[in-house]
Design a protein around this ligand. Structure first.
Ligand code: AMP
Length: 112
């Protein structure tokens, strides 16, 4: 299912993703086109298109994606501070329609 999805292909190990963190329902990889010194993608293993597509029963997955951000932040060298960004839908700038959080760190960010 959804085998044309680039993130599903990484999750299924059809192409290398070199996960830096992995749980039963989440993987974290480095973004191929980083927008910050540290730019990870926290990806749901389940193919969910976006946050609008979440079912109530996906609440545990949503929490686990946040817990993955917490765990990854503990591995950062200089500071555990980070910014989380989710592009949910085309108008928001989403390009890969498989739910993921952008984890950005390693510099001083401007407030939104
Ligand atoms: P979004 O615009 O929120 O859908 O973000 C998709 C992100 O996936 C972009 O930042 C891309 O650079 C990143 N990306 C696309 N393909 C890959 C890949 N094969 N490995 C790592 N990151 C990727």
């Amino acid at each position: 299912m959804a085998t044309e999805c680039i993130f599903c292909r990484i999750i299924n190990k059809e192409i290398p993703g070199n996960p830096i963190h992995e749980t039963s329902d989440v993987i974290v990889i480095k973004d191929i086109n980083p927008k910050a010194p540290i730019h990870y993608l926290i990806i749901s293993k389940q193919h969910i298109q976006d946050i609008q597509s979440f079912a109530d029963c996906d609440a545990g997955l949503a929490a686990n994606m946040l817990l993955a951000a917490r765990d990854v932040s503990k591995t950062l060298a200089d500071s555990s501070d980070f910014k989380l960004v989710v592009n949910s839908g085309k108008l928001a700038g989403q390009c890969v329609f498989h739910l993921h959080f952008h984890f950005l760190a390693g510099k001083q960010f401007s407030p939104l």
